[in-house]
Design a protein. Sequence first.
Length: 280
Amino acid sequence: MTAYMDHKDLANEVIDQARAQEIADGVHKVLDRIAQAEASAGREPGSVKLLAATKTRDVGEIMAAIDAGIHMIGENRPQEVTVKAPGLTRLLAERGIALGVGGDDAVAAAGHAVAEVADHIPFHLIGQLQSNKIGKVLPVVNTIESVDSIELAEKIARRATMHGITVGVLLEVNESGEESKSGCAPSHAIDLAQRIGAMGGLELQGLMTIGAHVDDERTIREGFAHLRRTRDQILASGAEGTANCKELSMGMTQDMAYAIEEGSTIVRVGTAIFGARAFI
């Protein structure tokens, strides 16, 4: 159990109006920043999706973000998925929305029966995933962005096949080369992507990276640009299972403008929506 989970009830569904408004303001400001970056880069409005990174945020806070216009959420830790999924599933179902894979699968996973779900909120795992935690996130999440090895991909594929589902995956690439970051080496990305694309039970949806933790804009941009070129090479290869490898999940609160200008399709933002994390 992560330490802060001993001090904060992440299943809490109650939020006061002031906090809900604070979160709504954060959502609107980030959406405005994305729109400005799209315009500056000459990209189509709405071409970049906003994923709310919900690590350490409780159910009430997440629902406030969704009510304010968030259409995609991402968790870092499997244990947080387990704690939050039942409440999120129920509250979203009351709004006619399914969590994750959508419809009956997501509802059944949390033990609720809901008829006629009209829409869904994609639920991504964006943090590292140990193989013994795969069962905690499937079939609740519909996309795992942190796949960085063939071994992990094979284990997810086997579990997905057992559940009779197809799981979206993004190949995580360590473009910065920083030892503290997970992800495969950029030189291995094309080969790994092609091998993952050929696996049953998985849909290769794109690539993910974390921007370089430096102040040099050129270095940050080059990592994002290289990921874009890698994605384009994978698509151009025409290899089995790579036709849907279109997403580029790159850019967070501090560097999302650079990422959008370099081709990002998903930005993962937490602090700018919810405020600083209150770790205990």
